[in-house]
Design a protein around this ligand. Structure first.
Ligand code: DGL
Length: 274
């Protein structure tokens, strides 16, 4: 049982966020917008991304290494911002960590179910995430009669990483992946990969405005807020010591470049070899 003194100490600790690369910054952006009084420590495994095509066991090992690193950085909670890493073994991470560990799949699923009127939901993600069927299983755990269509869209990560989202090729690829989903008459599409919110405008145009896009980065922050509030571990609103720290396994400069664009603020990243 956590005493109130421990609550206060924990409240001042940071929220740990991990991802295979830059994509988890979509979660950091949302955290800074909605919970500006919370500190964040981020690890992006940029040297070993993408995780999508890797065997799950390997992804789990990489995730453990990042969590172990964050545990030395005074954290009160871990957000696994990467869908592929969540699909590879959220319950394993939860078993070995004393801090609460949250994944992006369940919050996205709950939001999709809340939005879908026709009960026809699409899910897109990396090969690993879609191959694991974790989204489909989670959707059906909530409602067995949902119609779910899922599709691995591996080229989307490459388009985002290489800044090619606004090209005719990207539009063509998006149509190839998504037109079969649109013809299934879905009304909700879960963006089951951290990179996809970065191409949301194109995706929305391709599937049409009648389809609601679910951004798991937004949904997970609602869950973080609830857990911190309910456990008395939210940082006090008058906290003026909010700190953002960024660690990467690859080149910190290229991470900083993307980070500045995404977060609209200067950031400093440090390289850590895992
Ligand atoms: N972060 C990953 C995810 O959300 C996408 C990039 C990768 O394959 O590592 O699934």
């Amino acid at each position: 049982m956590v005493t109130s003194k421990e609550h206060i100490i924990n409240a001042h600790k940071a929220i740990g966020v991990i991802d295979s690369g830059v994509g988890g910054l979509t979660v950091v952006k949302e955290l800074s917008r909605r919970l500006p009084h919370e500190s964040v420590v981020y690890f992006g495994d940029t040297a070993r991304m993408p995780y999508g095509p890797r065997p799950m066991e390997e992804v789990r090992r990489f995730v453990f290494e990042m969590i172990e690193f964050l545990q030395h950085q005074e954290i009160k909670l871990v957000v696994v911002a990467c869908n592929s890493a969540t699909a590879a073994g959220l319950s394993y991470y939860q078993q070995v960590c004393e801090e609460p560990v949250l994944g992006v799949i369940e919050p996205g699923v709950r939001a999709a179910i809340a939005h879908s009127r026709k009960q026809r939901i699409g899910v897109i993600g990396t090969t690993g995430t879609i191959g694991s069927s974790e989204y489909v299983k989670a959707l059906h755990r909530h409602n067995r009669s949902l119609y779910v269509i899922s599709k691995a869209c591996p080229l989307f990560v490459l388009l985002v990483e290489n800044n090619l989202v606004e090209t005719p090729e990207a539009r063509k690829v998006a149509h190839e992946y998504l037109d079969p989903m649109s013809s299934e008459n879905i009304d909700t599409l879960i963006l089951g990969c951290t990179h996809y919110p970065l191409m949301a405008d194109l995706l929305q145009e391709v599937v049409g405005t009648s389809v609601k896009l679910i951004n798991s980065a937004e949904e997970i922050v609602t869950e973080v807020e609830t857990i911190l509030d309910n456990s008395g571990q939210a940082n006090p609103l008058n906290n003026n010591n909010t700190r953002y720290r960024f660690f990467v396994s690859g080149n910190p400069r290229s991470f900083e470049e993307v980070g500045v664009k995404m977060l609209q603020r200067e950031i400093k990243a440090y390289q850590v070899l895992l």
